[in-house]
Design a protein around this ligand. Structure first.
Ligand code: PMP
Length: 975
């Protein structure tokens, strides 16, 4: 190897020269546009036919042998199926041409979009980069050629020397120090590994800048064609991955650990050796330091190099991201991700007592070895996600842990143990894009007030572990009249410094800290309660048992085990704002509902054939919610005075259809296109959404007639909300349907629709439609059914019922979802005349429908809705949210119409606002990223391109603003 070549100035070649080269060397007339390069020159050639190719003029330092090796590498890639831009021969057949002594080559133009500027990278895209790096080393594994044996500054084997040599060009002393320190620390970690790292031919610059992306069906940019083999040479195999990974860091610099997905993907295709796994992150740091140092040198000697200038900010972001965590921490994460043991876990530990029995509460005095004079019982607290003690939002209190501990001490415990490794709900934070630090790497003891106590540090066998204690100076727990805290950690010798601070760890760092620390339970004689995120196991377990038709959210779902108000919390105590659960209208974990269940289920729960008070009480309350005119009979319909209770929306719809048929003595039911009404045979018959059932329009039973859906954004007639003519035209079409049906002997029994098109994402019906439609249906002798399962019950804010918005009173109303706040309750409200017709069909009885328990729950829900002003909150926070989304629409063209009212909103995403082409793949990807940022939003509508917003009605303004900010971030940075 010869000496590396730092700081080369690009050869002087202008665009005019490039055009001349194209003519003289390749016989083509083309215009040339310069493309960026640090040390060479690249030009885009465009011929008059539009044909494109790329001209490269190498820096003279490159030898023909290097170029020949590159051509072999291109062949190897192509053989391995990796897309490349082939070198195009000149008229004489040679791949390399000469111009004024410079070596010139022309390559195919790689179609696609640069990956460099595409912002956020989705996990799948990160994995594809890792897989590409593995494909590269696999393709080049057996390549050998003298041209590969060249010395150059980007060879990671000389990276540290290069940083040191180039750093003098960094004028900012602070930055220079930073770069040198980072490089030196990384080099120290690398030093003992150098000899163990395999060497082979590598591309050496497989970065986001040298890979063209193509847009996938999921709307994301995916890495495809590999460019620029200028750094091809022998090098460390692991350097290929390190270079790739460092180039991914600037895409989301505040979350560098996301790139570990690329390491896992690489490892699946090309197993890494343990030395490589350990070397990876130091190399990432070195590469980033080298890029920053080199950019400064390049600008020093080549001030005109706008390319180097423009790259510098990204390169600094890369270095900051690479050094955001102590290298030891990331190395350990990589080892854990790849399944390498590192230091044998638990080596040298000798429990002083056998593990305690499984009883998690009171245990025999186990801490004698630590606090020999401790006298009394020990209680273990559960601060975890499923802790019963933390109900009703108690976990949000700042002093929740102290109060739980104090209560246990007041009950007579001598000390309270808060265990190591249990994700603490008490440490969860709400409305945050980043997961909170919830996992303690230590055991905590809260010791009752009292005299000073000796603390004796337990002895460990010689080995990598040591015990650290916080809270007892000189082996004494000071006398105090307040509870005293003692923290015990078992640390691995090479644990990074944070460990000294007895840290709480963010969930994504737990795989590392679970290895740097050991559960002190083993030496304290306590039961080990350590948790790791087991969501992937839970996913497999579910997939084994569930039918494929049973839907599940998210590509890699989190495991949710706690809800409170409009927040859901996963097993790592990471919180999410729940923007989709319209069933828990009061919010998750509502104490009023919990108390009602708890009380009633202990007293009585029987069936509605018995006489008990609750059924009538609840039914009367429901009827009282109707508008006054609904409770009065009019010329066309009877008073809505009868309630039938069932257990779900599907049952309610099913029953409503039977009622309509029984009361009219007819069969035919009209349903709108693109609707969802339930899964039972009858409610499914009126479910016409092709999204839920692709065969919906073909296989309706003969008693169903499907009418056009009056969607003024996408339907047959489109236009402004106030345009009465649109509603009229849809209603006229419905009238024509009714006439045709009558003409063919299919007299109509009923007409069912949602009062706001819920399944479409909250699209409000065109003005006048429902009044007109109901009149025509009634004139034809049919009954009008309003499905209020989604949009009723206060959600719209300005009115309790959806049908009130349209100015109609239905004959039959179906309700369900929010009635029980998650407890299964459904119901039908209608007139006595319609209800009594059911008798012609035999008895009606639902074993659990309307039982005392569900009625009590229903009453508790209505009480809470009133007491907490939830309908008003839906109106106010809903308006704030909608205004926020509409403001985003000013800046983000992907947002089309924002539908809905109150807390039933839909953000329709479109690729083009004029054609309204649905952005369905984008919508799905946006939901995935929002979840990473702590927001649960999912898609709805026939085209799956509407973000549905139907949170618990207790949503706060703070959470609403948080959600708008996160959506803004996703739409700005990408998905
Ligand atoms: N009607 C409508 C409008 C609905 O949205 C749903 C459920 N999404 C149902 C009926 C069926 O309700 P359930 O899931 O409780 O059976």
């Amino acid at each position: 190897m010869t000496n590396p070549q730092p700081g080369l100035v690009r050869p002087t070649v202008t665009e005019r020269d490039a055009e001349q080269i194209a003519r003289s060397c390749y016989g083509i007339d083309a215009t040339a546009q310069e493309l960026g390069s640090n040390q060479d020159r690249n030009f885009l050639l465009i011929e008059s036919t539009g044909a494109r190719s790329v001209l490269r003029i190498d820096h003279p330092v490159f030898e023909d042998a290097s170029r020949d090796a590159q051509h072999l590498a291109l062949d190897a890639y192509a053989d391995a199926g990796i897309p490349v831009a082939r070198v195009l021969a000149g008229p004489d057949g040679a791949l390399t041409q000469r111009w004024q002594g410079l070596a010139v080559r022309r390559s195919e133009f790689a179609a696609g979009e640069p990956m460099l500027d595409c912002g956020y990278l989705a996990p799948t895209v990160i994995e594809e980069f890792g897989a590409l790096a593995a494909a590269s080393v696999n393709a080049l594994a057996t390549l050998s050629h003298p041209g590969l044996d060249r010395a150059h500054m980007w060879d990671m084997r000389v990276a540290h020397d290069q940083v040191v040599a180039l750093a003098s060009s960094i004028t900012d002393a602070h930055l220079r120090r930073y770069v040198l320190d980072a490089a030196s620390e990384a080099n120290d970690l690398l030093e003992p590994l150098r000899q163990a790292l395999p060497v082979q031919a590598i591309h050496g610059d497989l970065t986001d800048d040298n890979v063209m992306g193509v847009r996938g069906e999921d709307s994301r940019l995916h890495p495809a064609t590999v460019l620029d083999f200028g750094d091809l040479s022998y090098g460390w195999r692991i350097a290929e991955l390190a270079v790739t990974i460092s180039s991914l860091l600037h895409h989301e610099p505040d979350r560098p650990l996301r790139v570990i997905r690329a390491v896992e993907a690489f490892h699946r295709q090309r197993s890494l050796e343990i030395a490589e796994a350990r070397a990876l992150w130091p190399l990432v740091v070195l590469r980033s330091a080298l890029l920053v140092a080199s950019a400064h040198r390049q600008l020093e000697i080549d001030r005109e190099n706008a390319y180097a200038e423009s790259r510098l900010a990204g390169e600094r972001a890369m270095l900051e991201a690479a050094t955001a965590h102590p290298p030891a921490e990331v190395i350990e994460l990589v080892l854990a991700a790849l399944g390498f043991q590192g230091v044998p876990h638990g080596a040298g530990l000798k429990p002083v007592a056998p593990p305690a029995p499984m009883d998690r509460s009171i245990q025999a005095p186990p801490l004698r070895s630590l606090i020999p004079d401790l006298d009394g019982g020990i209680v273990t607290l559960d601060p975890g996600v499923e802790s019963a003690a933390l109900h009703s939002g108690f976990w949000l209190e700042d002093d929740a842990e102290d109060r739980l501990a104090a209560a246990a001490l007041a009950d007579g415990a001598a000390a309270v143990v808060i265990p190591y490794g249990v994700f603490r709900l008490t440490r969860a934070e709400i409305d945050t894009a980043d997961a909170a630090r919830t996992w303690p790497s230590f055991t905590e003891l809260v010791v009752a007030p009292g005299p000073a106590l000796r603390v004796s540090i337990p002895e460990l066998q010689p080995g990598p572990w040591r015990v650290a204690i916080d809270g007892a100076s000189n082996g004494v727990l000071e006398e105090s009249d307040a509870p005293r805290r003692l923290r015990i950690a078992i640390l691995r010798a090479d644990a990074p410094p944070g460990a000294e601070q007895f840290c709480f760890v963010q969930p994504d760092l737990v795989p590392a800290w679970g290895r740097f620390t050991h559960d002190p339970a083993a030496i304290l004689g306590l039961e080990s309660l350590t948790q790791h995120d087991a969501s992937q196991d839970e996913l497999l377990r579910r997939e084994r048992i569930f039918a494929s038709a049973q839907e599940r959210y998210y590509e890699r779902p989190m495991q949710i085990e706690r809800g409170w108000r409009h927040h859901l919390i996963d097993t790592t105590a990471r919180s999410y704002v729940d923007m989709v659960n319209n069933v828990t209208a009061l919010g998750h974990g509502h104490p009023g509902v919990a108390d009602a269940v708890n009380r009633q289920i202990r007293i009585l729960n029987t069936n509605s054939r018995f006489l008990y008070r609750e059924l009538a009480e609840y039914s009367e309350r429901l009827l009282a919610l109707l508008p006054d005119e609904a409770r009065e009979p009019d010329a066309e319909r009877g008073a809505l005075d009868t309630v039938l209770l069932v257990n779900s929306g599907s049952e309610a719809v099913d029953l409503a259809l039977r009622l309509a048929q029984a009361a009219t003595g007819r069969k035919t039911v009209i349903a709108l296109r693109e609707a969802y009404h339930g899964w039972t045979m009858a409610s499914d018959a009126v479910t016409t959404s092709a999204y839920d059932n692709p065969f919906a329009l073909e296989n309706r039973p003969e008693w169903i007639h499907i009418a056009d859906v009056p969607n003024r954004f996408r339907g047959t007639y489109r236009g402004d909300a106030e345009e009465a003519s649109i509603g009229r035209r849809y209603a006229e079409d419905l009238g024509a349907d009714l006439e045709r049906l009558a003409g063919s002997g299919r007299e109509v029994a009923g007409f069912i629709c949602e009062s706001v098109l819920g399944n479409a994402g909250g699209v409000l019906l065109p003005a006048g439609y429902l009044v007109d439609a109901y009149r025509r249906v009634r004139d034809a002798g049919g009954l009008c059914i309003a499905d209020e399962v989604q949009v009723g019950f206060g959600r719209l804010g300005t009115s309790f019922w959806g049908f009130e918005q349209a100015g109609v009173i239905p004959d039959i109303i179906t309700i369900a979802k929010p009635m029980g706040n998650g407890f299964p309750i459904g119901g039908v409200i209608t007139s006595k005349r319609v209800a009594d017709a059911l008798a012609t069909q035999g008895q009606f009885f639902a074993s659990t429908g309307g039982n005392p328990l569900s009625c009590r729950v229903g009453l508790a829900v209505l009480d809470a809705m009133e007491a907490e002003g939830l309908q008003q909150n839906a109106r106010d926070v809903g308006a704030r949210l909608k205004a926020g989304f509409e403001r985003l629409a000013d800046r983000h063209p992907i947002i089309g119409p924002v539908h809905g009212e109150g807390l039933y909103l839909g953000i329709e995403l479109v690729r083009d606002r004029t054609t309204m082409e649905p952005a369905a793949a984008e919508a799905a990807a946006i939901c995935e990223r929002l979840r990473e940022l702590g927001v649960i939003v999912l898609t709805t509508s026939e085209r799956s391109n509407v973000l549905k917003i139907k949170p618990p009605l207790c949503l706060t303004s703070a959470s609403a603003d948080f959600v708008v900010r996160q959506l803004d971030r996703v739409l700005t940075e990408g998905w």
